[in-house]
Design a binder for this molecule. Sequence first.
Ligand SMILES: Nc1ncnc2c1ncn2[C@@H]1O[C@H](COP(=O)(O)OP(=O)(O)O)[C@@H](O)[C@H]1O
Ligand SMILES: [Mg+2]
Length: 252
Amino acid sequence: MAGKPITISHLNVRIGDRNILKDISVSIPPNKITAIIGPSGCGKSTMLKCMNRMIDLVEEIDIEGDVHIDGENIYGSGIDVSLLRKKVGMIAQTPNPLPMSIYDNIAYGPRIHGQRKRTDLDEIVERCLNTVGLWSEVKERLEDPAAKLSIGQQQRLCLARALAVQPEVLLCDEVTSSLDPVSAKHIETELSSLKNDYTIVFVTHILRQAKRLADYVIFLYLGELVEYGPANEVFFHPKDPRTAAYIEGVFG
Ligand SMILES: Nc1ncnc2c1ncn2[C@@H]1O[C@H](COP(=O)(O)OP(=O)(O)O)[C@@H](O)[C@H]1O
Ligand SMILES: [Mg+2]
């Protein structure tokens, strides 16, 4: 499996009369982790939602510019948004398991996309739970409600659910912020090993986390892309004084 490149060109997002993202252009490489960093309210989640068109659900939204995933313009005519969201999975800040069993949480997506055979579903459930290190913890109670799991386990379940439909891109929005440190570490380790197979875009406002995980870094400030580059360059040789100030902890 391989991830797909994402190319964003002149992306402008307005909500009502406010410019939320201002002329963003950047190319995000496959099989790497790209972190979007910046202080709260600078547009990180909005930028992420533009990559699987979850942004369409926002009222009074006005989007200009292009987002190409693997060469295809996802804002072009004839795009099947539900197929797009299968290819571009998203994991939210707060774990949001479906109100059903552990097993059915994972099987839900594959079933919607036509997978019916129990043996195939069993195989997908075991493989995805294994990938996130949850299989040995839950294999004896797959029919239990997902809500019975700890918050950290629920977030790993949500990651497994995203993987079950074989996405090409994983969008992660502050996915460890509601977790205890041990669960957060689990998720970080899993994302690091998953990057071989996916394009991972990872929003965080925790700089140390971005330093641990990111191969590339995008620094957003007040809706503007201030700096983009390999993580080592952005963190240790920032070109823009605003990036330098943010990394030094002057604000944010
Ligand atoms: N649905 C919405 N309606 C109105 N304003 C919004 C909406 N979503 C985000 N915003 C505004 O857009 C700006 C960027 O938000 P967001 O992308 O969530 O930032 P971040 O994820 O960096 O904290 C903020 O000023 C926020 O108030
Ligand atoms: Mg956010």
